[in-house]
Design a protein around this ligand. Sequence first.
Ligand code: NAD
Ligand code: UDP
Length: 327
Amino acid sequence: MTIGKRVLVTGGAGFLGSHLCERLLASGCDVLCVDNFFSSTRRNVEHLIGDPRFELMRHDVTFPLYVEVDEIFNLACPASPVHYQFDPVQTTKTSVIGAINMLGLAKRVKAKILQASTSEVYGDPDVHPQPEAYWGNVNPIGFRSCYDEGKRCAETLFFDYRRQHGMPVKVVRIFNTYGPRMHPHDGRVVSNFIVQALKGEDITLYGDGSQTRSFCYADDLVEAMLRMMATGPEVTGPINVGNPTEFSIRELADLVIELTGSRSRIVSARLPSDDPRQRKPDIGKARDVLGWEPKTQLRDGLRVTIAYFERLLALGDTYRAQREGVL
Ligand code: NAD
Ligand code: UDP
């Protein structure tokens, strides 16, 4: 597959990026991890730093980057609503200018390039489950738009570089993914519920909890990205990658309480605006083209993720944990 290659992972210190860097190193690649640590910390990749094939560079992808690589995984972009809405202008810049810079780099060094796109390009979908051919239902001026429209524009750029310059681009649309190294305060539902349950705090169910999501475990998702990168130039995507098993958010809350043995109460909180009612990928294309489907059951993935957050919280609180090297 990618053995012996020089691979750039932007956003490589993030939740998914750090797992991807690990897998690439294990398969014999040289890995250049580029990150500005906007929504992550060095801790996610600290264990890789002694590896002579691993290099960590602090860099913001909205600025040009001059390196020599064979493949680029473009993951740089905050992914949780709390993080991407903190500085929405920077979020759009990261997706759009970041894509231009990374595509320009790929063009100069003739590298294959993969874009970590998102199910958010479907917005609040009125087609269910979502196939790649569905064009989406996205609010262009709402709180989520900096992320949704930024990612949509990045896809446009990928396909224009393909049409204009014949480049080997690849786009995967990632659906909700969870696992160890999620940021404990990123506000995403899996990390929120687990941290709340472990601390015995109220579990915040936004709205009535009947909205649905489909949760994919990080290892499965990384496998899909690697398979996509290994395809020939005729495979561009976009291809949905995620777990097609759908759960309501209330079911997720109940499962987290069961697996943690927590006494937390479930309380209702305000539903954020433009919160998609339902989301579930049609992964027919991923099955056909990549021979891929997720293997990890939600229950099993949650157990591992809960164990991670237990270790994180064991030192007292997450800030202390961060300082002392658990995060
Ligand atoms: P994350 O926030 O943990 O990782 C993103 C990384 O990008 C962080 O390390 C952050 O510091 C870095 N970053 C942000 N702006 C940057 C910039 N301008 N320059 C350099 N680095 C920058 O999120 P994640 O869950 O690991 O997501 C990784 C990618 O996958 C993102 O592009 C995200 O949009 C996409 N994605 C993730 C999910 C999911 O459920 N996890 C779903 C859909 C899409
Ligand atoms: N959610 C919730 N409680 C929380 C965090 C999120 O009920 O503490 C809900 C949120 O409203 C959404 C779903 O869980 O319907 C998934 O939210 P997340 O931010 O993880 O991802 P996204 O909305 O981007 O899919």
